[in-house]
Every structure is written in C-alpha cells, then in structure tokens.
Design a binder for this molecule. Structure first.
Ligand SMILES: Cc1ncc(COP(=O)(O)O)c(C=O)c1O
Length: 377
C-alpha cells in the first residue's frame, strides 16, 4: 500500500460517506424533480446535504448552489458575476488556482481589466499593495482571494481584502477549497459574498462542490436548461455525490479539532527533523499555514526526479499543483513569491491527512536522506 502524502490533491472517501451515498446509487434512483414520493425523497436528501454544507461555513442552506466541483464554482463566481456587471477592473491574487486565474483571464476578452495582486516572499497577499492598487483602479467590481493556498498552505488575509473591496461596492469571492476541513471557516468572519467549496478535499466524492452565494450578488448561469439550483445550474442533480458531500461536510465540522491536531503533529515532526537537512527550504515557513501542508525545495534536485524517487519508495507526494506536473517550470505560486528558477524547480509538496502516522514521516525522511546522499552535489 503506498504511503499517501498528497491530501491537498485529493482525499480518500470516508467509509461513512460511501455508506450514505450507496442507496442513491442503487435503490433511491428517482429524479429529485419527480413529484411522486421517491422524487420527493431524493429532493429531501439534497436539502439535507444543503444544510450540512451550509453549516460547515456558517451559511444559510438557501445560499448553497451545488456544482460539479471547485473548478465549476470558481468559474461561476468569476464569469457569472462579471457577466452581470458593467465592464471594469477585476483583481485576483497571483497565487490563485488555475480555476480562478483562467476564468479571470477569459473575461478580459469582454473588455475587463485584470489585476493580479502580488504576494510577499512568504506567499501572503500584500494588503498594503492592494490598497495602492485600489487607489488607482476606481472601477474595481470583482475581487477573488483564496483562503489557503493549495501549494504552500499559506493562509491569506481574506477578511482584510474583503473589507476593502466590499466597502467600495466590489463583489468579493474566496476559494475556500483547501481551507475547509483543515481550519475553522466562517463566511461572516471573512465578509465575502461568494465562496467555493469542493467535496473531494474533505473525504467526499470527486465531481461535486458548491458555490456559496449571497443573494444580493447577481449571477449569470454557466449552464442553462432545466431550471435546477434556482435556475443557476441546469441539469439533473448528482444526488449520490451531493448526499456524500453533505456527510463529508458534517464529518469535517465534527472532526475538525482532531484532524487539525493530528496533521499538525505530523507536520511538526517533519519540519523539526527537516532542520537536520540545512539545504532544504520550507516555502512560506514564516507565514500562518494549513496544519497539514509542507512545501519544500531541495536545491540541486529536480522536482520530477524527487517525485519519481519517492514514488519508487512507495510514497505519493506532489510537485505542487497537479495541473503543473509534467512540466518543469516552477509553479506560478513560487514565481509570485520571488523564488528563483532552480529552487522553484526542486519543489515538492507533502500534505498529510487522517490516515497518516509518524511512521509515514519517518519513511519520508529516510527516503529524502537517501535521495540527498545520492543526488546532491
Ligand atoms: C484551491 C483549489 N481550488 C479549486 C480546486 C478545484 O477543485 P475541483 O477539483 O473540485 O474542481 C482545487 C483542487 O485542485 C484547489 O486546490
């Protein structure tokens, strides 16, 4: 069995989630739009999931719009908001996931001006620079800043950004995909009107997520036809996946303190012992980070080589954003942090989860030591 240290990429399905989903894949197959009893039961199951997902971030169930995942929710937030506004400036942090960066780039085709908010060397959005940018762009209408970066795990000053944006009438979105289930998240404390969630990062199924939306924000649907999800997302609901997402959200809330403590212990053990390898750099080390994430650079060894060596030793780690693997360029996150090309190319990400233990940390470190002794110049 491989030692899986890539929980920011995806997580295994919680057995309780699978158990809750099974009836909706087998006997409870009715269309939730059906007016007969079985249809109403499927509708009730979706409504229950809506409550469970809302509770995870302190939202009202009517604010939850189910999508096919984080990518679609991010696309809907950016494109759906911009479509309803007069053309202006859109600001997104330079370290967003591609599913925010690319829709943001796409709306420039309609005349929007895109500003990428810079980050510090530790990977934190620079609020002072944000204020300078705001003073120049008085037509800012939409802003998106993620709560936790998927590569570094670094937490972002979303509330401070939202305060500045919303006071100017700008719509504020935050991608919460990596944050929920790892740190406490409250929509009210963040002050955002739109937020993205994805089930498969919290031990739920792949292919389901949600956009949490404030009804004061006008959204244009990406998918028309059928009228589901208040006419904002047409198509017969993926009932089993939505039910699974609901249970995963409920478990995430209940287990949060235990999951945080457990992964923090592993990360602490890892980073303490990494100090014995002085050449190894932990990116964003000085910033507040997710409890489960260590993003490290091993100067002189290519990230792809590291990945293959770890894979041979039975360890699943990542070279950062999954979308970037297969290329040898440093990730856009490290570039935004000002990390040099050579160090950037040597990055690997370890992200712990519920099933990991201290033995996994030991095996990772022993493998790293042996790679270092073989490859380092
Ligand atoms: C920060 C962030 N946003 C969005 C996504 C996309 O979510 P999904 O895989 O559900 O489309 C991911 C996962 O890869 C992510 O890490």
């Amino acid at each position: 069995v491989p030692r899986y240290l890539d929980h920011n990429a995806t997580t295994p399905l919680d057995p309780l989630v699978l158990e809750a989903m099974m009836p909706y894949l087998q006997s409870h197959y009715a269309n939730p739009s059906g007016v007969y009893r079985a249809g109403r039961a499927a509708r009730a199951a979706i409504d229950r999931a809506r409550e469970q997902v809302a509770a995870l971030v302190g939202a009202h169930p009517s604010q939850v719009l189910f999508t096919s995942g984080g990518t679609e929710a991010n696309n809907l937030a950016i494109k759906g908001t911009c479509a309803k506004q007069s053309v202006g400036t859109l600001a997104v942090s330079a370290i967003e996931h591609a599913s925010v960066l690319e829709p943001a780039a796409a709306v420039t085709q309609q005349g929007w001006q895109l500003v990428r908010l810079p980050v510090s060397a530790d990977g934190v959005v620079d609020v002072v620079r944000l204020e300078q940018i705001l003073s120049v762009h008085d037509d800012l209408r939409m802003m998106s800043v993620m709560l936790a970066n998927n590569e570094t795990g670094v937490l972002q000053p979303v509330a401070a950004c939202a305060e500045r944006a919303v006071s100017r009438g700008c719509v504020m979105h935050s991608d919460l995909t990596q944050a929920v289930g790892k740190i406490p998240v409250s929509l009210a404390a963040l002050g955002v009107q739109l937020a993205t969630l994805s089930a498969h990062k919290i031990y739920g199924p792949k292919g389901v997520g949600a956009l949490i939306y404030d009804k004061s924000v006008e959204l244009e649907s990406l998918i028309h036809g059928g009228g589901q999800e208040r006419e904002l997302r047409g198509g017969t609901e993926n009932v089993a996946a939505i039910v699974g997402f609901g249970v995963a959200a409920e478990r995430a809330l209940i287990d949060l303190p235990a999951r945080t403590a457990h992964t923090l212990e592993l990360r602490h053990a890892l980073e303490t012992r990494l100090r014995e390898c002085p050449q190894v750099v932990v990116f964003g080390a000085a910033a507040a980070r997710l409890p489960n994430t260590t993003y490290l650079g091993v100067p002189g060894i290519d990230g792809e080589t590291l990945l293959m060596q770890f894979d041979r030793a039975g360890l699943a780690v990542s070279s950062g954003s999954a979308c970037d693997s297969g290329t040898t360029d440093p990730s856009h996150v490290l570039v935004a942090m000002g990390v040099g090309q050579a160090l950037g190319r040597s990055a690997i990400r370890v992200s712990f989860g519920a099933q990991n233990n201290l033995n996994d940390v030991d095996v990772f470190l022993t493998t790293l030591q042996s790679i270092l002794s073989r490859y380092a110049s």
